[in-house]
Write a protein that binds this ligand. Structure first.
Ligand code: CTP
Length: 398
């Protein structure tokens, strides 16, 4: 969840500041870009050098460096952040956030930030319980900030009670969960098919097609990024998913049908991107077919139309998306498939568009919705096309 996120970590004056070093390490390990703003009091507990080394970025302590005059732009820092976390936050800084006091770089950055802000308080038991502190906590929560509650335990004062900053591991897991919950497809399950199917002729030969699986894998990855729990049913392909998802590898149309039938009832969103064979050999030879002098005729029979089958069994609230790869009379064929297979969206690729369809890294699509409204897109990378398709799905879900 935190991969490639820009995270601004504020560190205030508290003995818990030593835990910030571990927090920076965990955030960096999760793939986040981390910049640290350290208050003057914070710098009494942990050195900028430690945090700069771990975050691999300069640490910001002042508006400007007295010796060099180098200026730290609080607005730029605030806008850079996808997420701001102040850990530990002291009672003093908490009071400043609650009242808008802006007398140091950290509070100025806070006021400039437009991203979600999380705070992890650390203070002595009685300071934490004090009505003023609790009032300030309520106030900053009412501004939309999130408090990661302190835990109970032995405190630096020797007293025992609530006030210990949450452990760095807990903070990271809290952030991961919060990001996941804020995603538009959080709580939704999705099923995507991708790649070709291979229909066996004999133990060494098959009927297949040129589908690379790139489009389906890009869609599956995008749905995960939007928060869905994704099952990807893939025909034979060398593609690899970049996001965490459940992958089921299949070979033939019949295998794909079985896997889809099992997972479809639980799927809120289904995108059938696979290039499923329409015909398969009527019989599969048990031994390798030997070359003869005469011609060889293969008798073929229809495979099951998986998409049409799912369309028949679709229940209220399920979103079903199909593809149509056409060479002529494209729009009519696509609209026909939308209606015949009971789809919510059909994504049309025309093999007449250069750079569209199988194997290429780009695609050019037209989407029709149930009302037969048409949206045409430019030629784009398959990742961008996946975004467009998922946007269209989001419109239906909303
Ligand atoms: N599809 C499927 N099962 C099949 C064939 C196709 O689920 N046996 C799905 C594909 O994944 C795609 C859609 O149906 O989402 C359209 O596939 P396409 O081959 O273009 O359409 P067909 O209905 O097979 O019609 P035709 O081949 O005549 O164009």
């Amino acid at each position: 969840m935190l991969k490639d996120k820009n995270i601004l970590l504020g560190v205030c004056g508290s003995i818990a500041a030593y835990k910030s070093a571990f927090l920076v390490r965990l955030l960096v390990k999760s793939g986040a870009n981390v910049k640290v703003v350290l208050t003057t009091d914070g710098a009494n507990f942990i050195t900028p050098l430690t945090l700069a080394t771990l975050s691999k970025n300069p640490v910001y302590t002042q508006y400007f460096e007295e010796e060099t005059g180098v200026w730290s732009n609080h607005v730029e820092l605030g806008l850079w952040a996808d997420l701001m976390i102040i850990a530990p936050i002291s009672a003093n800084t908490l009071a400043k956030l609650a009242t808008g006091i802006c007398d140091n770089l950290l509070t100025a950055v806070y006021l400039s930030a437009k991203c979600p802000v999380y705070v992890a308080p650390a203070m002595d038991l009685d300071m934490w319980k004090h009505e003023t502190t609790q009032h300030n906590i309520k106030r900053i929560t009412s501004f939309g900030n999130t408090v990661i509650a302190p835990a109970s335990g032995e405190l630096a004062s020797g007293l025992y009670g609530e006030g210990r900053m949450a452990e760095p591991e807990e903070i990271v897991s809290f952030l991961n969960h919060a990001i996941l919950k804020a995603m538009p497809l959080y709580g939704k399950t999705a099923m995507v098919t991708a790649g070709p199917t291979y229909e066996a002729i004999d133990p060494v030969r098959f009927i297949g097609n040129h589908s690379s699986g790139k489009m389906g894998f890009a869609i599956a990855d995008t749905l995960v990024r939007l928060g869905a729990e994704v099952t990807l049913i893939a025909g034979p392909t060398a593609q690899k998913a970049t996001q965490p998802l459940k992958r089921i590898d299949v070979v033939s149309a019949a295998d794909m049908f079985n896997a889809c039938s099992e997972h479809f009832p639980q799927s809120d969103i289904t995108v059938m991107c696979a290039a499923v064979a329409d015909y398969k050999p009527k019989t599969v030879a048990e031994q390798k077919i030997k070359k003869k002098d005469s011609d060889l005729n293969l008798a073929l029979e229809k495979t099951v139309d998986i998409l049409a089958n799912l369309g028949k069994n679709k229940t209220k609230g399920q979103v079903l998306v199909g593809f149509a790869l056409e060479t002529n009379d494209e729009e009519n064929y696509a609209k026909g498939k939308l209606e015949k297979k009971n789809l919510d969206l059909v994504v049309l690729n025309s093999l007449n568009d250069q750079g569209a369809g199988f194997k290429s890294d780009t695609n050019k699509i037209t989407i029709f919705n149930k009302a037969l409204e048409k949206t045409t897109f430019e030629m784009k990378s398959k990742t961008e096309v996946a975004n467009d398709i998922c946007e269209a799905i989001l419109k239906i879900i909303k």
